[in-house]
Design a binder for this molecule. Structure first.
Ligand code: B4P
Length: 194
């Protein structure tokens, strides 16, 4: 069976998690969010969760081998999937290379990378707003949020070049209502699925 694998890319607060939930329902994809997987480990107080928390609370990335291992086992758990939506992964070039290899072993690849484009002020406002209700310790302190944006610019934005070289990268306007952005993303996916 031919799989359809999609990466939703963008800075913290750009709407990856929000849009992913709607997209997986519409397209029948398996949602793989490394942020959610890490938060589940933290809630279950596993050794992996305790380690991850020390990085996340500071706005830093969790080490590559930890997240790559999590994705590897999630892919193994969903052998019959029609496709995957990767949300918040890959966040470093090393993670992107590892993902290429894992998908190659499954004789599949990434169909497209959709990148949500949102200005920095809006990102900070959204995350501070979420921090009021989410209980997420990385959303409360503006200095941690700013640190996450610096980490994104330094470590994650080079991932865009990895997929630009492969001609798989598409920028999508991430400002506007949730429904407007969902329509733009759906349109881009429908074109790729044809
Ligand atoms: P993630 O869980 O991936 O979270 P995120 O990037 O902060 O947010 P996301 O982009 O999904 O949120 P959304 O915009 O939907 O990462 C958290 C941490 O985990 C990282 O800092 C890192 O430490 C670690 N981690 C995760 N993956 C990793 C990896 N691969 N490698 C290493 N470390 C990793 O939502 C933001 C807010 O905006 C929400 O309140 C939402 O309601 C609102 N919003 C969404 N769309 C909107 C719109 N159109 N208008 C107004 N508000 C909107």
């Amino acid at each position: 069976m031919l799989m359809f694998n999609l990466i939703l890319f963008g800075p913290p607060g750009s709407g990856k998690g929000t849009q992913s939930e709607k997209l997986v329902e519409k397209y029948g994809l398996i949602h793989l969010s490394t942020g959610n997987l890490l938060r589940e480990e933290i809630a279950a107080k596993t050794p992996l969760g305790l380690e991850a928390r020390s990085f996340m609370d500071k706005g830093q990335l969790v080490p590559d081998e930890v997240v790559i291992g999590m994705i590897d086992s999630s892919l193994e758990h969903h052998k019959e999937a029609q496709g995957f939506l990767f949300d918040g992964f890959p966040r470093t070039v090393a993670q992107a290379n590892a993902l290429d290899k894992l998908l190659e072993l499954k004789k599949t690849n990434i169909a497209t990378v959709l990148a949500l484009d949102v200005n920095e002020e809006e990102l900070i406002n959204r995350l501070l707003n979420r921090g009021k209700t989410s209980g997420r310790s990385d959303d409360v302190d503006e200095s941690v949020i700013r640190k996450r944006l610096v980490v994104y610019n330094n470590e994650t934005s080079p991932v865009a070049d990895h997929y630009k070289k492969a001609k798989k990268f598409q920028l999508v306007k991430g400002e506007g209502t949730i429904d407007e952005i969902f329509s733009s993303l759906s349109e881009a996916i429908d074109k790729k699925m044809k």
